[in-house]
Design a protein around this ligand. Sequence first.
Ligand SMILES: Nc1ncnc2c1ncn2[C@@H]1O[C@H](COP(=O)(O)OP(=O)(O)OP(=O)(O)O)[C@@H](O)[C@H]1O
Length: 250
Amino acid sequence: MPAPAIAALETRDLTRIFGQGAEAVPALAGVDLTVPRGTFTALMGPSGSGKSTFLACVGGVERPTGGRVLVAGADVTDWDEDRRTRLRRDRIGFVFQDFHLMPYLTAEQNVGLPRRLAGRRPDRALVRGLLDQVGLADRAGQLPARLSGGQRQRVAIARALVNDPAIVLADEPTGALDSTTAREVLTLLRSCVDDLGQTLVMVTHDPIAAAHADSVVFLVDGRVAGRIDSPTVESVSAQQTHLDGLAVRS
Ligand SMILES: Nc1ncnc2c1ncn2[C@@H]1O[C@H](COP(=O)(O)OP(=O)(O)OP(=O)(O)O)[C@@H](O)[C@H]1O
């Protein structure tokens, strides 16, 4: 029998409690999730349901309180700060709502930055190839201030891919964009999965964004409260309305 494929990401009973005693907030209360390689998962849930904490724990930013995190089969849960820094730098691609580009670096330099930080050659051909793939071949020398919001997010997506990460984590990547630009960026994210074989987990509040994913996982009060495979805007909206009614936290 062939060995089962190693998932890009797996969490087992993942918990993260903030504070102590009567003040304790269980932001994650036992999340089991498997994200196969080459798939696009959207993570939804009411405000305070634990979505950002989940990304922070699997991305090596926050330390879980309990449970396990496996990235491409490696159990990273107990890694010390040095190893977690390398994990974030070399194995995870991050995409943020507000882009997080370096304002004084060109698009090309921003995309190459994670390689420099990892002590690797910037590899001009790779960086130019990625800029081409995100539709910005002619903008390589521009500073972020000279780019539109959608173009900045494309640079950020190219940067997230430059180290060929095990997984890309995107936190509301279209939250700061108008609806037309958001759709273009979502189409690009979809093609990163379909054409480049990347694995993507995206936090979003937007059913239209979530409908671009292969699966939508819903968190409520730090637990998986539902899942839709092959989502549509309608099926996601209906589940969101249902779960908003169940959420006990504001
Ligand atoms: N550093 C922290 N210290 C204390 N509590 C925290 C901290 N970070 C998050 N929390 C709490 O953990 C819970 C989950 O927060 P989290 O930000 O993960 O939710 P979210 O689903 O991403 O929310 P939103 O959609 O509003 O961004 C909330 O009750 C929040 O107040």
